[in-house]
Design a protein around this ligand. Sequence first.
Ligand SMILES: Nc1ncnc2c1ncn2[C@@H]1O[C@H](COP(=O)(O)OP(=O)(O)OP(=O)(O)O)[C@@H](O)[C@H]1O
Length: 125
Amino acid sequence: MSGEKKPPIWKSFGYAFEGIFTCIRKERNMKIHCVMTLLVILAGFIFHISATEWCICLTLFGLVMALELVNTAVEAVVDLVTSECRPLAKIAKDTAAGAVLIAAIMAAIAGLIIFLPKGIALFLG
Ligand SMILES: Nc1ncnc2c1ncn2[C@@H]1O[C@H](COP(=O)(O)OP(=O)(O)OP(=O)(O)O)[C@@H](O)[C@H]1O
């Protein structure tokens, strides 16, 4: 669309939100990320985590969800380019999925470091 007049900023935001909602609707993993995010937010309020811990959690939610959106975009582009079984298509999809996995594993470990001691302390009284 180069050379054409750019859409107003609110329309660009609208398209971005459309992308987010489409991903939530279509991708099972994105639904799981949303549920995990809500559970961690709930746990954050229950355990009164610090401002720094909130910032770490929010950054990791953002990272995992943003990578899931990019993964969905890569899948869509690959499927648009070819429906045949191609080694490059496999590399593109598998590496994009790997990026989400790495972020999700690190987020889970950070979550355990933040919440496990608080959970144990609450359990032991
Ligand atoms: N065109 C292709 N050529 C080669 N391998 C492919 C191709 N399309 C998919 N694959 C392989 O199948 C796997 C699953 O692809 P698919 O498009 O079904 O993703 P998905 O299971 O929907 O992923 P997600 O769970 O992240 O949405 C890919 O990671 C890749 O290894």
